[in-house]
Design a protein around this ligand. Structure first.
Ligand SMILES: [Zn+2]
Ligand SMILES: [Zn+2]
Ligand SMILES: [Zn+2]
Length: 121
């Protein structure tokens, strides 16, 4: 049985919940949860450590995100065709193109006198 009422009341507190079945334990720090899991469930918690800073996290996926976000490691850059911009997320590049290069994205054509018109392909 799992209870999901903590989120409502624990304002400003990020709880680290135990992910084991039939366990409602939650801790205020990752370290406390780690101890709990080791002592109560006999689970050895392996930290995934960042080799570029002090950051450590239990889930490998989170370390990957951290490295991408903080150290730009393993980032697949989305580069603008004009080489004036690159983004970590495809959506950001899309937004950049829409605002900075509207002609490319939307089939808009430009006239010398400043006129714009839509070109059907
Ligand atoms: Zn537990
Ligand atoms: Zn780091
Ligand atoms: Zn651009």
């Amino acid at each position: 049985m799992k209870k999901h009422k903590a989120a409502k009341h624990g304002i400003n507190v990020v709880w680290f919940s135990c992910d084991q079945d039939n366990c409602d334990y939650k801790a205020k720090t990752a370290g406390a949860l780690k101890q709990h899991k080791q002592h109560v469930h006999n689970i050895k918690v392996v930290w995934n450590r960042c080799d570029s800073c002090e950051y450590k996290v239990m889930q490998a996926g989170n370390l990957k995100q951290h490295k991408q976000r903080i150290h730009n490691i393993g980032v697949i850059w989305h580069q603008c065709d004009s080489y004036d911009y690159k983004a970590k997320q495809a959506g950001d590049l899309k937004r950049h193109k829409r605002t900075q290069h509207p002609a490319e994205d939307n089939n808009w054509s430009f006239n010398e006198d400043g006129g714009v018109w839509w070109v059907e392909l």
